[in-house]
Design a binder for this molecule. Structure first.
Ligand SMILES: Cc1cc2nc3c(=O)[nH]c(=O)nc-3n(C[C@H](O)[C@H](O)[C@H](O)COP(=O)(O)OP(=O)(O)OC[C@H]3O[C@@H](n4cnc5c(N)ncnc54)[C@H](O)[C@@H]3O)c2cc1C
Length: 174
């Protein structure tokens, strides 16, 4: 039976980021993606940009986006974060995201004029979500992360508070 240090369930942005980061700390990482390979990545396929705090304009942001403004926007949209501490942590750390993405192979592009007015707050990855996914999957492969498609996780089993096993249903496309 194959042995792994870290098991990641899913195959979208969250799963890929978790798997890529985990692989830097342990040697055996497995991702279980319920979709077939050509449909991999969930809603991440539809994304185009990422919002992050930053101190000044650069080649891709048109101006500053402070932590406070980010928080104000979050409150404006949601009515207030359920967990302020967690929201502040996410906002503070968001300034490191572009570099992390670049380090994992992502390229960037200028926002298209006349579409969304997010050029100051959001950063566009080159080619959109499908390209982002292809990049992360390529990086994952290069780092030796194992990936199984058509592998849907249906249950997690815990014993004395610790993870024991999972129930995986593998479907074979006809
Ligand atoms: C049209 C559209 C446009 C968007 N644009 C943006 C944008 O520009 N910027 C932005 O930040 N956000 C955007 N979003 C939101 C963004 O798509 C989500 O926040 C993001 O995809 C969440 O990532 P995720 O990995 O949690 O989920 P997903 O990307 O949906 O990935 C979930 C993954 O889990 C797999 N999975 C599900 N159940 C199981 C199971 N039981 N076992 C194994 N695998 C399983 C799925 O197959 C999939 O691969 C957009 C969303 C939509 C719909």
């Amino acid at each position: 039976m194959d042995q792994y240090d870290v098991l990641v369930i899913g195959g979208g942005n969250a799963a890929l980021c978790a798997a890529l980061e985990a692989r830097r700390h342990v040697s055996r990482v497995l991702m279980l993606e319920s979709a077939p390979e050509h449909m991999r990545g969930g809603n991440t396929r539809h994304t185009r940009n990422i919002r992050c705090a930053h101190p000044a304009a650069d080649g891709f942001f048109s101006g500053e986006y402070s932590d406070q403004e980010f928080l104000d926007d979050l409150v404006g949209v949601t009515g207030g974060p359920a967990n302020l501490q967690l929201a502040m942590f996410e906002i503070r750390e968001s300034r490191h995201i572009p570099q992390w993405m670049t380090d994992n192979g992502v390229s960037w592009q200028q926002p298209l004029a006349g579409t969304l007015h997010l050029g100051r707050t959001n950063r566009w990855f080159l080619g959109g979500g499908k390209a982002l996914l292809n990049t992360y999957y390529r990086t994952a492969r290069r780092m030796g992360i194992d990936i199984r498609y058509n592998a849907s996780v249906h249950d997690l089993l815990f014993d004395d508070g610790g993870f024991k096993a999972l129930l995986e249903v593998v479907s074979y496309p006809g």
